[in-house]
Design a protein around this ligand. Structure first.
Ligand SMILES: O=C(O)CCC(=O)C(=O)O
Length: 268
């Protein structure tokens, strides 16, 4: 399966609409891949909380329409990262925003919607402004060889909560996709936790982070693709925009699980 991980770098000077156009073109240029993964909140920005309300859109808003077009131009699955969703009504915490990821099929149809479960911000940002997602999302994506691969969805801070990934693994996931806006200050955790999730759940982990600096927050980069063995198959540099293009041997994951069946020894 040929996977492209797009590490987008942006600053405060780039208008949101211009970035959406730029990224749509970039995605269309990645034809030949079976799956493209974009980072978290790359259009409204991950850390400019003050702009989230104005940037919020419904599930069928202009951002989703642009990404559906981009998926059609790509001719493959597009995990478009996440955007600020305007919920139709306030959730249990009284908020009308969510950090929502959409996955598009090659024909532009939405095949998965994931709302970030663990909200980052310790009393500000997401916990203050957004509703928490409630659902574990696992789905089958085309593997590029006529079959499918069971895939789990999560976002950024979720990576710190292994129980979410164990639920995905129990639901049959072998591929874990993680878009993020993870800051440079803790980027060592980002790479370490991605490898940890790969090793403990015996899954391929694909992580797309953000680069550049926005809202006075330098982003960490270091997007990576990790095999189920924990081997890092590709890793982007710190902070710059980059595309990782990686051929992932999915059969190797099943073979590895059979050869080293550690998950069968769990005691609950
Ligand atoms: O957990 C971290 O250190 C960063 C998480 C984060 O930036 C996010 O979830 O947006």
């Amino acid at each position: 399966m040929r996977i492209a991980v797009v590490q987008l770098a942006y600053g405060d000077e780039e208008p949101r609409a211009a970035r959406v156009e730029r990224v749509a073109r970039l995605v269309a240029d990645l034809r030949g891949h079976d799956l493209v993964l974009l980072p978290e909140l790359w259009a409204p920005t991950g850390f400019d909380y003050s702009g989230w309300d104005a940037a919020a859109e419904p599930l069928d808003g202009p951002w989703a329409a642009a990404m559906a077009d981009a998926a059609r131009a790509l001719g493959a699955t597009l995990h478009a990262g996440s955007f600020v969703e305007r919920l139709p009504e306030p959730g249990p915490d009284g908020n009308t925003l969510a950090n929502t990821s959409l996955v598009f099929a090659a024909d532009g149809d939405v095949v998965a919607t994931y709302r970030k479960v663990h909200r980052f911000g310790f009393g500000s940002g997401e916990p203050k402004l957004m509703e928490a997602g409630q659902d574990v999302v696992v789905l089958d994506l085309p593997d590029g060889a006529g079959g499918s691969i069971r895939t789990g969805l999560s976002t950024c801070y979720d990576l710190r909560f292994p129980e979410l990934y164990r639920r995905q693994q129990e639901a049959g996931a072998e591929l874990l996709l993680v878009p993020a806006a993870w800051p440079a200050a803790r980027v060592a955790h980002w790479t370490l936790l991605g490898r940890a999730r790969a090793v403990e759940d015996q899954c391929v982990v694909v992580q797309a982070n953000t680069g550049g600096t926005h809202a006075r927050t330098p982003m960490g980069g270091h997007s990576q693709v990790v095999a189920a063995t924990g081997e890092v198959l590709a890793e982007a540099a710190h902070g710059d925009e980059a595309v990782l293009s990686v051929d992932v041997d999915l059969a190797a994951t099943s073979a590895y699980r059979e050869a080293f069946p550690v998950l069968a020894d769990r005691r609950l």
